[in-house]
Design a protein around this ligand. Structure first.
Ligand code: FAD
Length: 686
């Protein structure tokens, strides 16, 4: 009894405190009672963005690359024979992709390799436009220019540029990037192909020592490639032993087909990797080498060289540093995939949103049917996706600019930043886009399933973005490892990479952030304040980082570092995602603040609020577990997400128009600006 009375008293006191807190919060937000009672009316919301002008927003998004993209669109509009049809065989698709690439370069005057070397931001924008034509085309071109071309210019030295750059640009020298093997994909250091130096003839001898060392999935290999950058273990004769010394993985230029008659060269065997789930315009092949001799000059020798007498030299002190530098130079492909994935997301959300605002099903009794986009469920599927498209676009744009800066300066801190940022953004964006493609298909009902409406092809073609240029799960671990390294080494006052700076401040204050007033505040003003949003994202990351470090230390003592890492893997992946979301939000906030046009800025701010609050809502469990958000605040966040979806729905037409994808490129009849049903019917001959 006694204890019952005591707990009743405690309950009453707690209720009193809560009442006081509610009054405080209400008056702070200017409300009489609950924060939710200030719900804006439908009329107020639709009025709010009525002045939004598509061209202003589009100009802000496209920046200085609008003209470059429009040139690509115009080229394909003028060449309808080069558009990829809906139904096409593997053989025809491969030939068409090659023809499209040749036409762009030889007729359209595009110079992708020059752009990659001199103006990477423009290169990625041009490739975004090319991806809207056909993802097979952009990947085929990515293999030729980012991978084959990029490996030659970034891992080679001037003599390689002089010899190959022009031929790569003009497609006289189509080539491959042969890193992956049958037995080794993510673990590049495990590749088995060998390049043994023969001092007498000053040549490297390339061999596939076993079946598992077969180069696999190599783009451009099955049909069109004449050269390959082959990643192989460099073997040098040893003075001390009769066994060659293994100097680790290096890159070599290996001719695979004759320049004259395109026949496969002696010692090289090529097979077709066959029909794939998507991207069938790209000719992926498998390669084996039997005593293929190449001149000493064919070693791409920027980070390690072999003198005629077999002496090894390198500007870098260790094999691990050389390996890191080599892979570091290859991040360009990853940057391109992050950027290209945003483009796919923009196209898919454009189709789904346009169709959803035209499609009508059901309505109030006796009244006209309503657009499916007016259903709250449809808004909750598509509006956060639209907000994410914008969020990712600004983050990927930042990444591209950082990458360009890295290429200009070769600054070590920027190199490290771009490496982790590209890994994180590539993994996060491609995973989100892959899921969204299925959501879009479903949101468009049965008509979303018609191949002509493109979700199927986009989904199949994009799916592998999760795996190539680094498997997403592996990449996120690199982000987590980098965060932990910075946590360990530099929190005591050393310099942090600029993208990481927020963490030091957050780590210092994160334990003091759960004060009872802040955790209960639920007014729209507070929830839509970027300071609250950024603090919440960063608090989560800082907490995850701190606890990951503690757990790793605890488990390492008993299990060793490899097993301890595995024990904490899920935690580490969540940490990496959380950090990347913090970076994305910060870039979104910076971007809308930069926008000069007031209506466009206000629309972007609304999208950013939706992006932030929806992500907090999706992770509400972790905020509740830490008592960062009280139950009443969690409810207010959920309600705010619904309201923001409603608000964004009102301007969603303008928001997708601002992506500036012409109907002739989007092609899906249900995603056209006007006349969707008529165009759709005409596709089946009516
Ligand atoms: C269409 C296509 C085109 C390609 N083009 C090229 C090309 O032109 N040149 C080229 O060299 N390669 C190319 N690749 C190969 C591609 O880069 C590899 O597929 C990729 O690196 C992943 O390697 P993997 O397939 O061996 O997967 P694996 O490394 O075997 O991964 C399989 C699974 O294991 C998991 N896993 C692996 N390691 C870990 C770990 N440490 N922790 C947790 N989970 C882990 C992964 O998350 C994944 O789910 C291409 C592949 C495809 C399908």
């Amino acid at each position: 009894m006694e204890s019952g009375r005591a707990s009743a008293g405690a309950m009453e006191a707690a209720l009193n405190r809560l009442q006081k807190l509610a009054l405080h919060l209400g008056s702070e937000a200017g409300f009489e009672s609950s924060p939710l009672s200030a719900e804006p009316t439908a009329a107020r919301l639709s009025e709010k963005h009525s002045q939004l002008r598509v061209e202003k927003l589009q100009a802000f998004l496209a920046g200085s690359y609008k003209v470059d993209k429009e040139r690509i669109y115009a080229f394909f509009q003028n060449h309808p024979e080069l558009q990829t049809p809906v139904e096409i065989s593997k053989v025809e698709h491969r030939e068409l992709a090659y023809k499209q690439m040749k036409a762009l370069v030889q007729e359209g005057g595009l110079k992708p390799l020059t752009l990659l070397m001199t103006d990477p931001a423009k290169y990625y924008n041009v490739f975004e436009a090319i991806g809207t034509v056909d993802l097979s085309l952009s990947i085929k071109m990515g293999v030729q220019y980012s991978l084959w071309g990029g490996s030659v210019v970034n891992l080679g030295t001037q003599k390689h540029k002089d010899k190959y750059a022009v031929a790569i640009e003009t497609l006289e020298a189509p080539g491959c990037f042969a890193m992956t093997e049958l037995h080794h994909g993510s673990n590049v250091q495990g590749v088995q192909t060998t390049a043994t130096y023969d001092i007498a003839r000053q040549e490297f001898v390339i061999n596939t020592p076993n079946e598992g060392a077969t180069k696999w999935w190599i783009g451009n290999a099955a049909c069109h490639g004449k050269f390959a950058t082959v990643f192989a273990r460099l073997k040098l004769p040893s003075a001390k032993s009769h066994i060659d010394e293994d100097m680790g993985v290096h890159a070599f230029i290996v001719p695979i087909r004759s320049l004259e008659d395109h026949k496969v060269l002696p010692g090289v065997e090529i097979r077709d990797c066959g029909y794939k789930v998507g991207l069938n315009g790209v000719d992926n092949g498998a390669l084996r080498f039997r005593n293929v001799r190449i001149p000493r000059e064919n070693l791409l020798n920027r980070f390690g060289d072999v003198a005629p007498d077999g002496t090894y030299s390198s500007p870098l002190p260790s094999a691990s540093k050389r390996f890191a530098a080599t892979l570091g130079e290859l991040v360009g492909g990853r940057v391109g995939l992050a950027y290209g994935s945003v483009a796919v997301l923009k196209a898919a959300s454009t189709i789904a949103i346009r169709y959803s605002s035209v499609r009508q099903q059901f309505g109030p009794p006796g009244e006209p049917e309503i657009a499916i986009l007016d259903y709250q469920s449809q808004q909750l599927k598509l509006m956060p996706m639209l907000a994410s498209s914008y969020a990712f676009y600004f983050a990927a744009d930042y990444l591209v600019k950082r990458y360009a800066e890295m290429k200009m300066t070769h600054d070590e801190a920027i190199v490290a930043d771009v490496h982790a940022l590209s890994a994180g953004l590539k993994a996060h964006i491609t995973a989100y886009t892959a899921k969204s493609l299925s959501v879009c298909r479903e949101a468009c009902g049965g008509h979303g399933y018609a191949a002509v409406n493109r979700f199927g092809a986009l989904r199949n073609d994009h799916d592998i973005f999760l795996t190539f240029e680094g498997d997403n799960t592996v990449l996120l671990q690199q982000v987590a490892a980098d965060l932990l390294k910075q946590y360990k080494e530099k929190f005591s006052g050393g310099a942090l990479a600029v993208t990481w700076l927020y963490l030091r401040q957050q780590m210092a204050t994160y334990t003091s952030q759960t004060n009872p007033v802040a955790t209960h505040r639920g007014s729209a003003e507070h929830l839509r304040d970027p300071t609250f949003q950024l603090n919440a994202f960063r608090y989560r990351t800082a907490t995850l980082l701190h606890t990951a470090a503690l757990r790793l230390r605890k488990h390492s003592a008993r299990l060793g570092s490899f097993q301890a890492w595995n024990r904490c893997l899920n935690h580490l992946l969540t940490l990496a995602e959380s950090h990347i979301e913090s970076v994305i939000l910060a870039k979104f906030v910076e971007s809308y603040k930069r926008c000069q046009d007031p209506e466009a800025r206000s629309a972007l701010k609304t999208l950013c609020d939706l992006y932030a609050l929806e992500r907090i809502w999706k992770n509400i469990g972790s905020f509740r577990n830490e008592d960062y958000v009280a139950p009443s605040k969690a409810k207010a966040i959920q309600r705010q997400v619904e309201l923001l979806c409603y608000e964004v729905r009102g301007m969603s037409g303008q928001l997708v128009d601002a992506f500036g994808i012409p109907d002739s490129m989007l092609r899906a009849p249900i995603g056209l600006k006007t006349g969707q049903y008529a165009e759709y019917s005409s596709m089946i001959g009516w």
